[in-house]
Write a protein that binds this ligand. Sequence first.
Ligand code: GDG
Length: 757
Amino acid sequence: MQISDYDRGMTSGRLLIVSNRLPVAASMTPDGVRLTPSSGGLATGLRPWHEQSAGLWIGWPGEGSWCSGEQRALLDRELDTRALVPVHLSPDQVDRFYHGFANRVLWPLFHYLIDRVPVNATGWKSYQEANEAFAEAVSAHYRPGDTIWVHDYQLLLLPMLLRERLPRARIGFFLHIPFPASEVFRILPWRHEILHGMLGADLLGFHTHAYLRHFVASLLHVDGLEVDFDRVRVGEREARLGTFPMGVDASEFERIAREPDVQAEAEAIRSDAGDRRILLGIDRLDYTKGIPRRLQAIKRLLVDDPELADRIRYIQVAVPSRGKMDSYQKFRRQVEESVGEINGAHGTLRSTPVHYMHQAVSLRQLVALYCAADVMLVTPLRDGMNLVSKEFVASRVDNDGVLILSEFAGASAELDGALVVNPYDVGAIAANIRRALAMAPSERHARMKGLRQRVVEHDLGNWAKTFLDDLALAGSAEPAFPASAPEAALLTSLLAAARGAADVRLLLDYDGTLVPIARSPGLAAPDAELLALLRALAALPQTHVEIVSGRPREILEAWFDDLPIALWAEHGFWYRRAPGEAWEAAAVLRPEWLKRVLPILEQFTASTPGAQIEIKSASVAWHYRGARREFGARQAHELRMLLGDALSNQPLEVLEGKKVIEIRLRGVSKARVIYEMETHALANAMVIAIGDDRTDEELFRALPASSITIAVGARPTRAKFRVDDHRAVRQLLRALVGDSDDTPLLPGQSALGEVSA
Ligand code: GDG
């Protein structure tokens, strides 16, 4: 994987990666210090990224780093040569913060294993202190312009602790484990503090939409915070939320898989198994990974069909993990007893069916195992993503092998082609193993091909780049699109543009921009003053006025019928060049989808007093501005969740606007207006675009850089300028027509302003 500065996105400074563990484990030897690369998804995933970027990795160097002052100085120097910064934690701190709170409370709860959370959960104070220690270390190394990327459940408080110390820093956070359903998350007595801590980040990333949805629901239920499409206001700032499914370094796995000695090792594993088919499990020895039920499934297969004992070999690599915790020691005994029991009962003179190893293997051995396996068993009870499943796929350069994958692993949302199984259902696991063993080669190849395409296209580099690119744009403390012109400059630019240009295009959003947002969409008809203003604008020489609205064309036509202006309805789906001309549609309409959506919307309208449905030609909207605020928001959230599931295979998208959820055909956005206009020689025109919400951002994004873009209302935006409300918009427009003497254009400092966030 090559990571150039360009690949690292738009961040210009260094990248500071912060995770609980450094990607190496330190140990003291009589000769000095030994640093061993650690396994585990996060370390494996980010190591190449760190190695090729010019930043720092900040984290705890592990138990082996507990040593005398002199040795510690040596260790710190060793780490420094690798751009690693240690956060030194005492044995007591690690015991309480890491084992005690992060692993004993957060880990099981976030994996839905509530019974494993101790009745007397302790360690919260140490968790806070350890997060403080990380905050100190990071701020000591931070330089203005750096991007900070915090990882995982051990550091949920760190983003806000950093925000307090470094208000203008660009901070990203990624959660590698599931974010549980709000019903489960809310069990935590420290739920407010945890959400607050996470919201210090400019961008919060999750592996799947489901985790993101759960987080959004928790914000609403715990703190009453409403999410606007993909962002949430936190005081003066905004935090953005996104889904970034982590991938693996697919080309590296492919490369290793093609190496002759790795191929030879795979062949040796295969010939050692003789004519037995190989089933493979590779997991950290963790109770979330589903090993006991997997073993039960093997047992069931052997009980049902004793001859299988000589026809399968199940290799289970159980990598030692968290061995200091009682619960993990107990769990290990349970697994090993089960292995012993199966081998005792089903071993034959020729072999034992379960080949169990409680140790890590080298990366080459790992890839050789992936290549040798007939069936890969990935059956965690819950798993944030699960990289093993993707590594298996990446290694199968022969397009063969079957993946059995838990429906509760994040990877199952992407890996279409796997045999998806409920990991709690022992019978289903057994049945899927049988199915995999019997699968025809042609089906195996077809499935693996599809899997490989996904894994190769969405690899690790793609994941990190997408996250960092989004983070570069999300920085709310340091605006991504700073505007330096003072208020008067906006007017000067507008007038200069309007007077100097041969072709001026005024692109005006309607609701919230020219008129205030009305309680019901039907109550927002234009007033006489507005109509007169638009007419005057349209009469200016070389000036084209275009209304770009989400409204249906019938309404726009009724309101603006006789005005010599162009109308774009339904976010650019429909276009009417001038009065009397026909509407042009963007795409063929597919009304069948409406039949699926309407009953759902009707149900929600029935149970949400004040809500209403608006059917447009290319979309349908569910308005809840008439509903009670919090209840409406909750219903809207439920509706969005339901639609997300219901429409996942449809060419439709669900958008959340201000108090409205809209379902429309994919590919219809205000940006379309710009693509259409290109053909109308947009290049030579001077564009002035004004809008108040997210749909207008699509338009701003698509416009040429020379355009004058103006956001209405206080929110982060890519617009160059900002005005307070529709009144300020009208004042501006009046100034354009040279009629600014009725009221002062700038009544106060706040009416017009630069983009500030
Ligand atoms: C967490 C989340 C999420 C394992 N055994 C050996 C070995 N490994 C490597 C694998 C893989 C990694 O460890 C395990 O990653 P997973 O994703 O499967 O699981 P977790 O460690 O629980 O990771 C998880 C991940 O973070 C990333 O966000 O996917 O859901 O729980 O890379 O190859 N590597 C070597 N020898 C082994 O014996 N060399």
